[in-house]
Design a protein around this ligand. Structure first.
Ligand SMILES: Cc1ncc(COP(=O)(O)O)c(C=O)c1O
Length: 393
């Protein structure tokens, strides 16, 4: 169990803010993350992978350490299989557009974020075909994925955790189906990375896209893609890598193949510190604490007349995220009132996942989503429950 006083105080200033929007982006960030970004900006400054002077070497070392910390966090035995991107969206685009082509078929689920659905749609416009496995808000059946496979299937893409219902997908079982058919399996871990234990070397995941700024507690503009050794495809961009400069061809070795252009040094420094912070705190204790908070929130919300809890129930097959609707009040209006009248920061609307809302019949009005983080206290949750009760009344 992570003790709340292991964490720094919330910087409230003169405003009372109860931040329950960690599924959009985590806040506040741990001090070591802020310090690592500042240190890079103040004391390192140089471009990673380029110059061999002492600052260049410090930059290289920072990126190397960040890659290694992420590899440890995700159970990847060789850190070069993790390539840095600007966010999960870029990582997902790289994988989908690199792997799918005209006439080929992909399988996904109705719980996906637009970061998955839009690039898949684009590939459909370019002649690919798509099967969407329906979910009622919870995990899809691996058997349904198996049934959707045909001889043209080249990619299976699912989220690890829904950003609308919080449900976890049966990633291991779907991975086994994919592996049995020799089809690459791409997992969108935007919500899961940092909040759920992930061990890639023990589960059949071929590609894992993650973002740095959510549960990983890192800065915005960071993320990455794990690419298994046996999965080969072309990158979306080519350019300078600081390596093999005599060749006009993009290097084929990872991570350079997918890291053309100058990396986000300060962001990666912060992301590395964030991964190390989570490794030190222990992902199991962070998860247990966040789930206890979500449970406290839901117990408080269940009895309120005019409020319906829409997220996936239970204590284990989910992340700490609670979606609700108010009878007779739009989710955007409710989120606005929670902020303006009670200082509770949550997100209303469709959360960039319209198909997920159709799956749980909350389209087009959406839900109000509460997402605690490692720095949320029980009194924050109690204040949010009281605010919901006042609005519902
Ligand atoms: C499930 C899921 N996938 C992908 C993304 C995209 O993440 P990013 O905007 O950091 O690329 C999000 C962000 O909300 C998400 O919740």
């Amino acid at each position: 169990m992570v003790s709340p006083n292991k964490f720094p105080c919330f910087p409230r200033g003169c405003l009372t803010v109860i931040y329950l929007d960690n599924a959009a982006t985590s806040f506040p960030k741990p001090d070591p993350v802020i310090e690592a970004v500042m240190r890079y900006m103040r004391e390192i400054g140089a471009s990673p992978g380029r110059s061999s002077h002492r600052l260049g070497r410090l930059a290289d070392e920072t990126v190397f350490k960040a890659r290694r910390a992420l590899a440890r966090l995700f159970g990847v035995h060789r850190s070069e299989y993790i390539v840095f991107t600007a966010n999960a969206t870029e990582a997902i685009n790289v994988a989908i557009k690199g792997i799918l082509s005209r006439g080929r078929h992909a399988i996904t689920t109705s719980l996906e974020h637009n970061a998955v659905l839009r690039p898949l749609r684009t590939m459909v416009q370019h002649g690919a075909r798509l099967s969407i496995i329906k979910s009622g808000g919870g995990p899809v059946a691996p058997e349904d994925v198996r049934r959707a496979i045909n001889r043209d299937t080249r990619l299976i893409v699912t989220t690890f955790a829904s950003n609308v219902t919080g449900a976890l997908m049966p990633v291991k079982e779907i991975g086994e189906v994919a592996k049995a058919h020799g089809i690459p399996y791409l997992v969108d871990a935007a919500q899961a990375a940092g909040s759920v234990s992930i061990n890639i070397d023990e589960s059949p995941i071929d590609l894992l896209a993650f973002t740095g700024h959510k549960a990983l507690l890192g800065p915005m503009g960071t993320g990455g893609l794990y690419i298994a050794e046996h999965v080969d495809f072309d990158p979306l961009k080519e350019g300078g890598t600081g390596s093999n400069s005599t060749s006009l061809l993009q290097p084929q070795a990872l991570p350079d193949k997918f890291e053309a252009g100058t990396l986000n040094g300060p962001g990666i420094a912060g992301l590395g510190a964030a991964a190390q912070y989570i490794l030190d705190a222990g992902i199991a204790s962070i998860r247990e604490r966040e789930l206890a908070l979500a449970n406290r929130l839901e117990e408080g919300l269940f009895g309120i007349a005019g409020v319906k809890v829409r997220s996936w129930p239970g204590r284990s097959e989910r992340i700490a995220l609670t979606s609700i609707t108010f009878d007779g009040l739009s989710s955007q209006e409710a989120a606005h009132r929670l902020d303006q009248e009670f200082g509770v920061c949550v997100r209303g609307g469709l959360h960039c996942a319209p198909e997920a809302h159709k799956s749980i019949h909350t389209y087009p009005h959406g839900t109000v989503r509460f997402s605690p983080g490692p720095f949320t206290s029980e009194s924050d949750i109690d204040a949010a429950i009281a605010a919901v009760r006042r609005i519902a009344a």
